[in-house]
Design a protein around this ligand. Structure first.
Ligand SMILES: C[S@@+](CC[C@H](N)C(=O)[O-])C[C@H]1O[C@@H](n2cnc3c(N)ncnc32)[C@H](O)[C@@H]1O
Length: 210
C-alpha cells in the first residue's frame, strides 16, 4: 500500500496519525473533502487499515497464550503473510477454495487445506476442538454478509474450536454464532471489521492453560 505522507516525512494537517510503532505504515486515508462522497478507493484503504489494526490488536492479545491460528480465505496471501511474519513459530492452518496466492505466500502443504471450508473444516474438529486461539476469517465478497452455508458452518464450529480466551476476526458481521462482539481497536470505524470472543456459557468461564 502506498503512503500518503506529505513530502519531507511530515503529516499533512488533519490527517490521521500513523499506525503505532510502524513508521512505514503511515498510510492513511484522509477524510474526503466536505460534500464529497467516499470513493471506493478510500473505502478500500479504510478497510485495509481496519484489517491490519484488528490483526495487530488480536496478535497482541494472544501473545503468550498457546493455541493454533486459523486463516480462513488465503486469497492473495497478504494477511497470511502478516500473521506469519509476526507470529513466529505459531502453527497457522490456512483454508482456501482456490489457490491464487502470491507464490511467496503459499503455506507448506501440511498447513494448507484446499477446497470449500464447508468440506475441509469439519473433519478437523476433533483435532482442533478447544485449541484455537485466533480465527481470522476474510472470506467475503461485496455482499454484506457471508452466504448462509458459511454462517451455519461458523455457528456450528467457531465456538467449539476456540479456547475460552480465543479471538475471532471477520470481514463480515456474525449474528447468532455463539460469539460476543469485542470493542474494536482505536481508529477502526464501527462495521469496518469485526472482533469476537466466545460467549461465556456452561463450562466456559476462566481461560485455562492447555
Ligand atoms: C477476500 S479474499 C481473502 C484475502 C486475503 N485475506 C488476503 O489478504 O489476500 C477471500 C478468499 O476466501 C476464499 N473463500 C471464500 N469462501 C470460501 C469457502 N467457502 N471456502 C474456502 N475458501 C473460500 C475465496 O476463494 C477468496 O480467495
Amino acid at each position: 500500500m502506498a503512503g500518503v505522507e506529505a513530502a519531507g516525512g511530515g503529516r499533512e494537517a488533519g490527517s490521521p496519525r500513523p499506525l503505532p510503532g510502524d513508521g512505514e505504515a503511515a498510510i492513511i486515508a484522509q477524510s474526503p473533502p466536505a460534500g464529497t462522497a467516499m470513493s471506493r478507493l478510500e473505502s478500500m484503504i479504510r478497510r485495509l487499515e481496519a484489517q491490519v489494526r484488528c490483526l495487530d490488536a488480536a496478535m497482541a492479545a494472544i501473545a503468550g497464550v498457546p493455541g493454533v491460528v486459523l486463516e480462513l480465505g488465503l486469497g492473495n496471501g497478504r494477511t497470511f503473510d502478516h500473521l506469519r511474519e509476526r507470529l513466529g513459530d505459531r502453527e497457522i492452518l490456512v483454508f482456501e477454495r482456490h489457490l491464487i496466492a502470491h507464490p511467496a505466500c503459499v503455506p507448506d502443504d501440511e498447513f494448507l487445506f484446499l477446497g470449500n471450508l464447508e468440506d475441509t473444516l469439519p473433519p478437523l474438529m476433533s483435532r482442533l476442538e478447544g485449541r484455537v486461539v485466533l480465527i481470522h476469517a476474510d472470506l467475503g465478497t461485496a455482499a454484506e454478509r457471508y452466504p448462509l452455508s458459511l454462517e451455519k458452518l461458523i455457528a456450528a464450529t467457531f465456538p467449539r474450536l476456540l479456547r475460552r480466551d480465543g479471538i475471532v476476526l471477520t470481514d463480515k458481521p456474525l449474528a447468532d454464532a455463539g460469539l460476543a462482539p469485542m470493542a474494536l481497536p482505536e481508529g477502526v470505524g464501527s462495521g469496518r471489521y469485526h472482533m469476537y470472543r466466545p460467549e461465556p456459557g456452561p463450562g466456559r468461564g476462566k481461560a485455562a492453560p492447555r
